[in-house]
Ligand binder design. Structure first.
Ligand code: SF4
Length: 376
């Protein structure tokens, strides 16, 4: 076994995380769901949501057979909804192309929807004891520091070098792959962290302190290097919050857009914030035209007489900021069939729909539904 792998496994036996519900599980379905959920979500949130997801969809067969709206509703609040759409699509792929069994070869795993090279490595290592490397952001940081890898980690040459290092350091014995992979994840998440690595603390403890090139050359906090990000662009849009009796008008978002496939309030296209600053408030006709499908405008315009300017909600995405101007109105009646992607939803059934988090909060805040309507 490489010295690195040996030391890391020894470190894990004393200081690694234990007791997480997805640890020690060799079921590739369970490993896959936990890996996808952990990608952009805090461990504390996954601890709460992972058991719930597994209870609702205990097997790949159950997940593949579920309706996408059900999956998105279960995912609501976890963000990055393409993960939920990909989970569903991948489950179908596993059922159709692999007779319901995940392949053990990381190259085949990588062909599945939503599974990247590092996730494929993690599934192969945990579930099948394959000697496959992982290289998520935490591992990139550890390796960039240990070997003082210069250059931005987004750079292809740098990335290739890190993959090579990740591969070279693997333990020789396949049975050590689960503990080694878990140790690598834990070491990056708890000891070799971005801002407060243990070697910078008072105790200066780290099993690799004597060979870590970043530590020896005083570059710990400057590695890994990243490309400088441009300032996030800012947008705004109008949203209709129209109620009729006990119903609210919701629109399904296109699957490729942000919050793809979720149900939300009818919304205008996004404008760059500077564009809108020069304009006055929109008229009722402009609002309906900009937010509703063309075939529904005339019918709804007859029953929605007025839209009042409500709150403006700010939402920060990873790469952009959005201000949503809410326009509140009442409709005299509900028209039964508006189309597949636009419908009147009873307030008591909102919990069955996957809603973007700020819209869910808005509906709760306005007491449109009883608190428990949105929780299940
Ligand atoms: S010495 Fe510091 S930077 Fe190097 S591996 Fe240990 S914690 Fe990370």
């Amino acid at each position: 076994m490489s010295t690195f792998a040996k030391k890391l496994i020894a470190w894990h036996s004393v200081s690694g995380r234990s007791g997480l519900p997805w640890q020690g599980n060799r079921d590739p379905y369970a490993v896959w769901v936990s890996e996808i959920m952990l990608q952009q979500t805090q461990v504390a949130t996954v601890l709460e949501r992972y058991p719930r997801f597994m209870k609702r969809f205990p097997t790949v067969k159950k997940l593949a057979a579920a309706d996408i709206d059900e999956v998105l509703a279960e995912w609501a609040g976890l963000g990055y909804y393409s993960r939920a759409r990909n989970l569903h699509a991948c489950a179908k792929q596993v059922m159709q192309e692999f007779s319901g069994k995940f392949p053990n070869d990381p190259i085949l795993l990588e062909q599945l929807k939503g599974i990247g090279r590092s996730t494929a490595g993690a599934i192969a290592a945990f579930a099948f004891h394959e000697r496959a490397p992982i290289l998520d952001a935490n591992v990139k940081r550890i390796l960039a520091r240990l070997f003082a890898v210069d250059g931005a980690i987004q750079d292809k040459v740098v990335n290739d070098r890190l993959w090579q290092l990740a591969n070279d350091l693997l333990p020789n014995q396949p049975e050590n792959m689960p503990v080694y992979t878990q140790a690598l994840m834990d070491f990056g998440a708890t000891w070799c962290t971005a801002r407060k690595p243990v070697c910078m603390g008072v105790e200066k403890k780290c099993p690799f302190a004597k060979e870590c090139q970043a530590n020896l050359s005083d570059q710990v906090l400057t590695l890994p290097k990243k490309m400088i990000k441009a300032k996030s662009p800012e947008f705004d849009c109008d949203m209709l919050l129209v109620r009729s009796g006990n119903f609210v008008l919701l629109q399904k978002r296109p699957s490729k857009a942000i919050w793809g496939g979720l149900w939300s309030l009818p919304e205008s296209g996004w404008r760059s914030k500077t564009e809108q600053a020069c304009k006055g408030p929109p008229t009722l006709k402009e609002l309906l035209t900009n937010t509703l499908p063309r075939e529904n405008i005339a019918g709804l315009a007859k029953s929605i007489k007025e839209l009042k300017q409500g709150n403006q909600i700010k939402h920060i995405f990873t790469h952009r900021r959005l201000w949503m101007q809410i326009w509140e109105g009442r409709s005299a009646k509900t028209i039964e069939f508006l189309g597949e992607d636009l419908k009147w939803v009873p307030l008591g059934q909102l919990g069955r729909y996957g809603l973007p988090q700020p819209i869910k909060i808005l509906l709760q805040g306005l007491s449109l539904a009883r608190g428990d309507d949105l929780k299940n």
